[in-house]
Structures are given as structure tokens and as C-alpha cells.
Design a protein around this ligand. Structure first.
Ligand code: FE2
Ligand code: FE2
Length: 162
């Protein structure tokens, strides 16, 4: 693989996350609104604000590597959002809260994998500032995963058997 194609891999990955983060700003608002459990719902609201920062940070990353900020459809996040919409149409109450906790965890795991790779790629290509910015987001995704996992477990304990 040439250096050029590694750069292209980085750019396409950044474009997908730029798409994903923009979609997630709206999706997290939906999750916060439709989740009854207070801890889970507040977690979604707080992470929505962080997600706005992730969008801004990606714009800084594009700037750092001398590329225009562009989106590229991220089919994984698109599918997660579509599946969630379909589920939420037919379900509510505790079962929807449970589903929302799970979809939140899946999304954070995916973002962690994506940002972990992008951080390494940027570092490998010598884009040190970009790598630092991506790593900052990576840490916030890891903290968000811990939070939504803990809130989901707490919810499970309170709502046993429902
Ligand atoms: Fe994010
Ligand atoms: Fe996230």
C-alpha cells in the first residue's frame, strides 16, 4: 500500500465519521427525548453536547491535514439509526429504554473502533496535531461507553423481569 492510499484511507474514514457525528447529534436528541429512565436520558443529552464538539473537532482535523471537510455516508451508523427508528415506532416503556441503552452502547463501541483506527492512521502519516485531536474524541467516546453501560446496568437492576 502506498502512502497516498493510506492518506486516502484516513480521509475516507474522517468523512464517514463526519457524516456519523452529524447524524448522531440528532439521534441523541431523539434518544434523550424518548427514554424515560432519568440517568440514561441525561447521559444521552450530555453526550449530545459532546457530539457537537466531535463535529467541530473533525473540522479542525480536516483543516490540519489540508482537506476540505466533506461527509461520506457511514452505512453502519445509518443502519443503527434506521433500526432504532423502526423499533421505536412499535415499542415504548421499559422495553424501549432497554433497547436505547443497547443501541447507545453499540454506537459508542463503533465510534471507539473508528477513532482508534483514525488516531493510528493520522499518527502513522505524521499528522500529529490531527492524531491528538482524534485521540481526545476517542477518550470521550470511551467515557461515554462507560456511562451508558453503567446506566443500562442500573436500569436492568431496577426493572428486573420486565
Ligand atoms: Fe462522537
Ligand atoms: Fe459517541
Amino acid at each position: 500500500m502506498t502512502t497516498d492510499s493510506t492518506q486516502q484511507l484516513l480521509i475516507e474514514g474522517l468523512q464517514e465519521m463526519y457524516y456519523a457525528e452529524k447524524q448522531l447529534v440528532d439521534a441523541l436528541e431523539t434518544l434523550a427525548d424518548q427514554t424515560s429512565d432519568e440517568t440514561l436520558s441525561e447521559g444521552f443529552s450530555e453526550h449530545r453536547e459532546e457530539t457537537r464538539t466531535h463535529v467541530d473537532r473533525l473540522e479542525q482535523v480536516f483543516d490540519e491535514i489540508g482537506e476540505e471537510a466533506q461527509t461520506r455516508e457511514d452505512r453502519v451508523v445509518k443502519a443503527l439509526i434506521e433500526e432504532h427508528e423502526a423499533f421505536a415506532e412499535d415499542n415504548d416503556g421499559d422495553i424501549l429504554d432497554r433497547y436505547n441503552g443497547a443501541v447507545g452502547q453499540k454506537t459508542e463501541h463503533y465510534e471507539i473502533a473508528a477513532y482508534g483506527n483514525l488516531t493510528s492512521l493520522a499518527g502513522k502519516l505524521g499528522h500529529d496535531e490531527a492524531a491528538d485531536l482524534l485521540e481526545e474524541t476517542l477518550r470521550e467516546e470511551e467515557a461515554a461507553l462507560d456511562e451508558v453501560t453503567e446506566a443500562s446496568e442500573q436500569f436492568d437492576q431496577q426493572a428486573v423481569g420486565q
